[in-house]
Ligand binder design. Sequence first.
Ligand code: FE2
Length: 144
Amino acid sequence: MIVEDLNLFLANLNVFYRKLQNYHWNIKGEDFFNVHAKLEEFYDDINEQVDEIAEHILIIDGQPLGTMNDYLEIAQIKEAQNEKKDSRSIFETILKDYCILVENATKVKEDADNEKKYATSALMDEYLLDYGKKVWMIRQVLMK
Ligand SMILES: [Fe+2]
């Protein structure tokens, strides 16, 4: 069901937003300035997507989940801890998280196509392009 798929996606986006800002605060190491700024870019993008996905659920007559309890109950992305973290371990973690978002958007698109909800399907294309680019860039960062 598309609404359930979208609410799972929304839950992951909300947890990921908090996680990215946590890392923005707790990044340590000599590349602090670059990574601190990059993480802010990443969570700003996610924040816009939170609003867009919630409103899209309303557009297709669903009810978006709106509480932290709801999100934490179903999210596949796990929260960060309250601790300093170096950039490599941050990028390793968020690479996996972006791959979860790719899976979420792919599932929404497949179900939307099956139900002939083509606007929802088209919207997912933007997300898949965005996440695909970020996955590529983060992989380059991690390359030795
Ligand atoms: Fe900040």
